[in-house]
Design a protein around this ligand. Sequence first.
Ligand code: SF4
Length: 370
Amino acid sequence: MTETAPDLDRLRGGTPPRNHDARTIAALTANPGCARRGVMDAAGVDKDAVARYLGFGAPFGQSQFAITRGNAFEAQVKADGCAELLTLLRDRLGLAVPEVAYDDLEVVAGNEGREVRHARTRRLLGRALDSGEGTLFDHPLLRLEIAGQPAYLEPDVIAFQLEGRLHIIEIKSFAVVDGQAEPEQVAAAARQAAVYVLALRRLVGELGHDPARVSHDIFLVCPENFSNRPTATPLDVRPQLAVLERQLARLTRVDRILAALPGDLTFEEGDGLAESVRTVEARYAPDCMATCEMALFCRDEARACGATGALGRSVRDDLGGVDSVQTALALADGSLAPSDDLAETAAQLRTAARLRAEALSGAEALGGAA
Ligand code: SF4
C-alpha cells in the first residue's frame, strides 16, 4: 500500500466497523471482481446506511417476522445449556454424545469487544482440542482473511466436539416437512455453514492442530412439520467448501485497490459521499440485486453510463473487455477501430450485427409479401 492510500478505519468515517457474517461472505464471493464492495466490506462500512443516505435504500435481508420467529426457535433449542439440542443429537441421530459443557462466547465478562471475544474463542477451543473432550461453543467469534484483510465472523452457530472432531451446528427456522425442506434454503444454509467450517479450520490450524479435525459434515437443525419441535439433519458441505475456497482466492486484493485510491477518501455521510462511492470501481450485474445493499445505487450508475454489466454477467463476459454499450455498438458497426486485444470480440460483434440486419430485412421482405 502507498503512504497516501486511505486507511481502512478512516474510510468508515469514525463509525464502528460491522462484522462479517456468513451471508455477507457468501455474497462477497458472488461478485469477486467488485472493488467497491471489496473495499467497503474490508473497512466494515455499513453499506445499508450508505445506500439509504444516498437515497438508494433497498429492502434487504429477512423480514422482521422471520427474524423474530428464528430468534424464538433458536432460544428454545438452546435453552438450559442446549438440552433440547443434545437430546436431538442423541435420540434422533443416535450419536454417543457424553455429558458436555456449554460455553456461550457472545459476551466475555460484559465485554463485547471483538478482540477479547476472539481471544476467548481461541483459548477455549484450543483447550477442548488438546483434551479432546466434548464441548458445545455457542457464538464463537472467528476470523477469516478476506481479500488480504482479516475479517471477523460472527457465526450464529454452535461448534460442537464429538469424538475429537468439531462439527458446526446451524439452527434455521425454515420448516422441514416430511423430511423435505426448500432446496434453495438448504443450499443457502450449506453455503453459510461452509464459511464457518473454513474459518474454524483456519483457527484449528493456527492452534497447531490438524484442520481436518473440523468436519465437513454439519448438522442442520430446523422445526419439523410446522411445529416448533426441532429436527436435525446431517449435511455434507464439501462442494460448498470447494467453491468458497476458489472464490476467496479470486477476490481482488484490497491493498492493491486501496493503493490506487486518493488518500483522503472517506465514506462518511455528507455531500461528498456519492462521489466517494463512485471513486471506487464497481462491477454491477443484475444478481447484485439479491446479494448487495448497494445494488440500487450501482444499477442506477451502470444504466446511466451504459455499462455492459447492467445487461447481465454473461453479456459482460461474452463482451470481455468492452465495458460500455456505446463502445460495443461502435465496434459492431465498424465506426470504432478495435485495439489488438479487442479484435476478436469486435469481429464477433460485426458478425452478430450482420446476422441481425439480415434477419430483420428477411422479416421485412416476408411481411411485404404477405
Ligand atoms: S451492488 Fe455495487 S458494490 Fe455491490 S457487488 Fe454489485 S457492483 Fe459491487
